[in-house]
Design a protein around this ligand. Structure first.
Ligand SMILES: Nc1nc2c(c(=O)[nH]1)N[C@H]1C(S)=C(S)[C@@H](COP(=O)(O)OP(=O)(O)OC[C@H]3O[C@@H](n4cnc5c(N)ncnc54)[C@H](O)[C@@H]3O)O[C@H]1N2
Ligand code: MOO
Length: 412
């Protein structure tokens, strides 16, 4: 019997990148709606930030060197010469020996080069300020352009916009942002035994885990889940669901039904469409070997294995790179170097993903392999990340320093 026509992981990834699938279109969204989206172009600062030299404290603007030597015993004497009002420009030139009141964030009068904090001063009378501490030039001032220079990139194209970026964009005056359109993805769970959550199940049945984990991962990555269906092992029904999904989605993801059991229809369904073809039925990868990658015209259809942990591992290894072609973004994989607590075996000829749990001992990170059958969801729920052993590796011995890839994206 002919089993899977299996490609290696690098071959599958090369197929995805060479497929000509390109970035989805752009759209302009309001600033808050840009949260979690990928910037489609560089956002530049239209002005210096701040736009003017401003005080970082409540106090008095002075010429710094004129406070040299001031102390409690021998204070400096300054002539009170008015105040700088919040939100207003001050044109009054500070003269030698003068002090102008400036609140935190207020503009410094021209000629001033230092701020003295109010708690180190005392008004002797309406005209005279005593200064008890020296404030050297530059003290407590945020200079024009200190934060960001006009024309600097505030948020670079390809960056996933987070709450801190929203602050930068607001500071630069952006009320809208140009982002990549969300890739539209359909998620189809298959299997007679799989039931929707919220309904009672009988002996032999299981709840639909994959529909939720895959949809949740897609939402985390910034996609639109345009369809979330659960279909029994019925060729016609599956074909119909794939057809309606194709009409509204950029990518269709199925789970279950990718192996070679008599009721595993995914491959047949893909091939039944005009323009439908299998790129691979199987990847040399562990876990997740019975993965299907197919195309119907120019849209990818990925058949993930039914086992929830395998499905998520393949999602990260194959679907995520595909999504990032539609929404160009190069997340830096966050890697922690850790010492292996015990020997691990790989499967030569396959890319092996070994789940591990990280722990700290003294000043270094260690990692312990977690073994569970790939049908066990707890495998991923307890893992910190995985080590990737490429297909020529036979294993690694205890004490080896390995790279642990975290399961969740992090901001760098
Ligand atoms: N003769 C062979 N049999 C199998 C092989 C093989 O190489 N030769 N590979 C095994 C591996 S590895 C995996 S993984 C599975 C994948 O099979 P399918 O993709 O066809 O998935 P199913 O058979 O439909 O389901 C497998 C398992 O996962 C459960 N499942 C399915 N969908 C869901 C869901 N939405 N939520 C939760 N759990 C789900 C299902 O009940 C099964 O227990 O094939 C092996 N067989
Ligand atoms: O390759 Mo399967 O995905 O181990 O469970």
């Amino acid at each position: 019997m002919e089993f899977f026509k299996t490609l290696t992981l690098p071959q599958v990834l090369a197929h995805l990148t060479d497929s000509g699938i390109t970035a989805a279109h752009f759209e302009t969204v309001s600033l808050l709606d840009a949260l979690g989206r990928i910037a489609a172009s560089d956002c530049l600062a239209p002005e210096d930030m701040p736009m003017f030299d401003r005080s970082t404290v409540d106090g008095y603007a002075i010429i710094g060197r004129e406070s040299a030597g001031a102390s409690e015993a021998i204070p400096g004497f300054f002539q009170l010469a008015g105040e700088s009002l919040m939100g207003e420009a001050i044109e009054q030139q500070l003269q030698s020996g003068q002090a102008v009141y400036v609140p935190t964030g207020g503009m410094l009068p021209p000629g001033a080069d230092a701020m003295v904090m109010i708690e180190f001063t005392e008004k002797m009378d309406h005209e005279t300020l005593l200064v008890y501490k020296p404030s050297p030039p530059g003290a407590h001032i945020s200079y024009r352009g200190d934060d960001v220079r006009k024309g600097d990139i505030v948020v670079a194209a390809g960056r996933r916009i987070d709450s801190y970026d929203i602050g930068m964009l607001a500071g630069a005056g952006y009320d809208t942002v140009c982002v990549y359109r969300k890739p539209k993805v359909a998620v189809i769970s298959t299997g007679d035994e799989v039931r929707p959550v919220g309904e009672p199940i009988t002996f032999g049945q299981i709840y639909d885990v994959n529909g939720y984990t895959i949809s949740a991962r897609l939402l985390e990555l910034g996609c639109d889940v345009v369809e979330k269906a659960l279909v029994s092992d019925n060729y016609e029904m599956l074909r119909e669901t794939v057809e309606t999904s194709l009409a509204k989605a950029d990518i269709v993801i199925l789970s279950g039904g990718s192996s070679v059991g008599t009721r595993d229809f995914t491959a047949r369904v893909i091939e039944s469409f005009e323009g439908g073809r299998l790129i691979t039925h199987g990847i040399a990868i562990k876990p997740g070997k019975p993965t299907i990658v197919g195309k119907i015209d120019d849209k990818f259809i990925i058949g993930l294995p039914g086992h929830p942990a395998s499905a998520l591992i393949i999602f990260n290894a194959v679907v995520k790179p595909l999504i990032y072609q539609l929404m160009p973004h190069a997340p830096t994989p966050f890697v922690i170097e850790a010492l292996l607590s015990e020997n691990v075996h790989a499967s030569p000829g396959k890319d092996t993903f070994q789940m591990v749990q990280l722990y700290r001992e003294g000043s270094s990170w260690h990692c312990k392999p977690i073994y569970a059958k790939s049908g066990m969801m707890s495998l991923l729920a307890t893992a910190s990340g995985y080590i990737h052993m490429t297909n020529e590796k036979e294993g690694l011995s205890a004490g080896t320093a390995v790279d642990v890839y975290l399961l969740q994206e992090v901001r760098l």
